[in-house]
Ligand binder design. Structure first.
Ligand code: FES
Length: 127
């Protein structure tokens, strides 16, 4: 499964929103550093966080077990099943927030924004 990723800090820098329809088109055109934007291969047995680390990236995490939400990502496209964890309230899950340490995509392609732990609603959950 291929996951196209984008760093939330880039949205902040450029004034983009998670809800922008053309978010990833803009990212593709912006000549961003590989750390901030690109694509990784996620094997079925690994979490998105593990795959990112295997590709040499240091995405935020703390517990690695679905208990803290430091690793939160926002799903923009594709399917990543909701985590089997009670740390995320249903309204965040409904709005596409997932935990990269315990989830893996089920669609061939997915688009996610990582580093969303400072988003309102997510930052209140941080342990
Ligand atoms: Fe704590 Fe993922 S690192 S929930």
């Amino acid at each position: 499964h291929f996951v196209e990723y984008l760093n939330y800090e880039v949205l902040d820098d450029f004034g983009w929103e998670l809800t922008d329809d053309d978010l990833f088109e803009k990212a593709a055109r912006a000549d961003l550093d590989r750390v901030d934007y690109g694509e990784i291969l996620v094997e079925p047995h690994e979490s998105i966080l593990e795959a990112a680390e295997k590709h040499g990236f240091a995405w935020p995490f703390a517990c690695r077990g679905g208990a803290c939400s430091n690793c939160a990502i926002a799903l923009i496209d594709g399917e990543v099943p909701p985590p089997n964890s009670h740390v995320l309230p249903p309204e965040l899950i409904d709005s596409g927030i997932r935990l990269s340490c315990i989830t893996t995509p089920v669609t061939k392609d997915a688009q996610i924004v990582y580093n969303v732990k400072h988003l309102p609603g997510v930052n209140e959950l941080l342990l």
